[in-house]
Design a protein around this ligand. Structure first.
Ligand SMILES: [Fe+2]
Length: 442
């Protein structure tokens, strides 16, 4: 059986009991009865001869609402490793992004080309651009990936930030310190800073997007007047349950640290956590569960109502990065131009497409591709969309042919050299706004 076949079989065996529901709450799980200490975190001798280790994703003293930490009970402590040595960064780049000058032009890319045979998820990561400074824990990066091989005998962890993985083609099985998380197109996986994991493929190839968030961990947005329910509901986020590897063979641990990849070969699998509890845990979330809110009178609210997760900054309401989804929904606005409006925005918008089509772009914006509308660049529906929407009969309309998303960030996104010079960068993107007719009558 191939590695992909094994991964598929594992995923088919997962049930509702294979996950722990809820976002930001205290989860706990044990793969062996009695492995989880009760009444304390660090007993003199942890149960079953395990080592207790705390993984701190926030400063000890951050407010409870933002505090993230987990306790791991593992066969060997993570500290038992030889020195890390630099390895090639491949196509991964990190903030500050200085390879090109920030570009006010609207940019759009086709999907990544086919990877070379034997490219796993980590080797297939390709950085489009980003902002901030990783050593200051500010900003974000946009990556894409295209892989055709499962990671074997190596795991990855990112000290630089958390990873929001958005599969577009082909399913993934994340084998993490906390357990197993499948993530298929239409779902997103969130791997917290520093959590070790391996990516196995559920299909022959896998393609998608990654937001690497250097800043404050993602959280659910406040709901304000919306009330106690709505948007992404906390109970729809699924954490894994404990599942461990007891493997005594060399495993390479690749650690992304301040922009560079470093590797150390452990003499055992570090995915050896038998029990755990805490708040710093990975999640998977099905975007089809998103509760979409829109107008039932006129206009439509700003797309902030489509925010799934937000990374707050020190300024209330100003996100380091928001993850926003344009999910299937009804449009019923009266006397309303229904597609997304023409816009210039102080925030910068990277958009990708998971499936189908996006209602503001009739063509050219394809699944696996992406567009970048940087700070104050003018964007909006293309001519064909404008003409159709302006003339459409305003009966209730179901938008069900697409799943698009946006990484919206407070700072301009500077492209990497490989993105600015890519063969799959579209020429002539500006043309979609040409020919918008003058209709003014004085
Ligand atoms: Fe916009």
């Amino acid at each position: 059986m191939s590695g992909t076949g094994q991964a598929r079989k594992i995923v088919e065996g997962l049930t509702e009991a294979s996950f722990s529901s809820g976002f930001g709450n205290e989860h706990s799980s044990e793969a062996e009865p009695g492995a989880l200490p009760h009444g304390r975190n660090s007993p003199q001798r942890a149960p079953l001869g395990l080592y207790a280790e705390q993984l701190s994703g926030s400063a000890f003293t951050e407010p409870r609402a933002h505090n993230r930490r987990s306790w791991l009970y593992r066969i060997r402590p993570s500290a038992a490793h030889p020195p890390f040595v630099r390895v090639d960064n491949g196509h991964i780049r990190t903030a500050p992004f200085t390879e090109t000058v920030p570009d006010p032009n609207r940019l759009r890319w086709n999907p990544l080309p086919e990877p070379a045979p034997g490219t796993d998820w980590l080797a297939g990561l390709w950085t489009l651009g980003g902002n901030g400074d990783v050593t200051q824990r500010t900003g974000m990066a946009v990556h894409l990936y295209h892989a055709n091989t499962s990671m074997t005998d190596r795991v990855f962890s990112d000290a630089d930030g958390e990873l929001l993985i958005v599969p577009e083609h082909g399913g993934l099985l994340l084998v993490t310190e906390f357990g197993l998380l499948p993530a298929r197109p239409g779902e997103v996986a969130l791997v917290p800073r520093g959590v070790r994991f391996r990516v196995e493929l559920l299909d022959a190839t896998a393609r998608g997007y990654v937001c690497e968030n250097y800043g404050q961990p993602f959280e659910l947005p406040e709901l304000g007047p919306i009330g106690a329910n709505g948007l992404a509901n906390a109970r729809d986020f699924l954490a894994p349950v404990a599942a461990y590897e007891d493997v005594e063979q060399p495993v390479e641990v690749v650690n992304k640290f301040c922009g560079n990849l470093w590797a150390a070969t452990y003499d055992h699998s570090p995915l050896d956590v038998v029990a755990w509890h805490g708040t710093h845990v990975p999640y998977v979330y099905d975007l089809h569960r998103f509760n979409v809110i829109g107008t039932i009178s006129y206009d439509h609210p700003d797309p902030s109502v489509f925010t799934v997760l937000t990374s707050p900054s020190d300024t209330p309401g100003l996100a380091g990065v928001d993850f926003v989804v344009f999910a299937p929904r009804w449009l019923v606005g009266e006397d309303t131009f229904r597609p997304p409006y023409f816009h210039r925005n102080v925030m910068s918008e990277y958009m990708g497409l998971i499936e189908g089509a996006y209602d503001a772009k009739a063509e050219g914006f394809v699944p696996g591709g992406g567009s970048l509308h940087n700070m104050m660049s003018a964007h909006g529906p293309d001519r064909g969309t404008f003409d159709r929407a302006s003339a459409a009969e305003l009966k209730p309309q179901r938008i069900d042919d697409g799943l698009a998303f946006m990484f919206e960030t407070r700072w301009p996104v500077t492209a990497t050299a490989q993105a600015a010079n890519a063969d799959h960068l579209q020429m002539g993107y500006d043309d979609v706004w040409q020919g918008l007719q003058r209709h003014f009558r004085s």
